[in-house]
Write a protein that binds this ligand. Sequence first.
Ligand SMILES: [Zn+2]
Length: 280
Amino acid sequence: MSSDLRWAVTDGPAGTAAVALPDDGPAAHLLDRAHGVGFWCSRQAGGCGGPLVLEAEDGVRPRFRHQGDTRCRYVGREADAGPRYDHLRYQRALAAWLAGQGHHLRVQKVPQPDGRTGLHVVVDDVGQAIEVQLAPLPDTVWRRRDDRYRRQVRHVTWLYGPAAQSAGDTEAAVRGVAYSVRRHRTGLLVGVRDVDGGTRWVPLGACRLTADGFAAPGATEARARHAERAAGRQEAARRAARCAARAAQQALGPGRGRRGASITGGRPPAPDLHPLPFPR
Ligand SMILES: [Zn+2]
């Protein structure tokens, strides 16, 4: 198991400007030159806050190294750092996007069982919350947290990272739209997922947080498709119920008994109702 430290921040001991080292030496040298001020083991990612040295010798995979005899949780357990740095890259881009729209935000970290960190971002001026979910999340936990947040704020928007895809599937099925999120260079991409499993990727900058909630290109169409589906299912159920009622009436009419209605004691057959995939 490789135990190279691959992550650092470039903005001080408690910095949030996280960088991941590229695998090849020349790219690592470029990163070194681009961030001449230095690299730190960020306290925001559970690190010691100490300065790090970038080592990129020929033929060796680049890595960060603590100076001297630093006492740090990541010395000897370097592989643990990655999951704890990941959220910083989402946090920074999200904070910049919200600040750019004049919003004020409070960020709470949500520790996850697998070592990752999620973000609970409260935007007080519009009474909303944004959940950045980076770890897998069972359906039952998603529902519990979603209910709890909805009691606290007017709108809750979940952004599902690559590992939290299945929680996004659940929300898309229930609400008709769900949002995936991926890192893209220093920014973020938002995937607008519809009930058919399609995803339309847009830069976070193309989305807005308004008084009515998170607005992303394609979300209105996705919700409309979902509503159409639900209406279609209800109509099919009504049709099936009407057919069943007619059949029952015929069975009780002049031809009674000829179709074996006596076998069911004259009870109308159960209507062929398709259950809805999720409670509404
Ligand atoms: Zn450290």
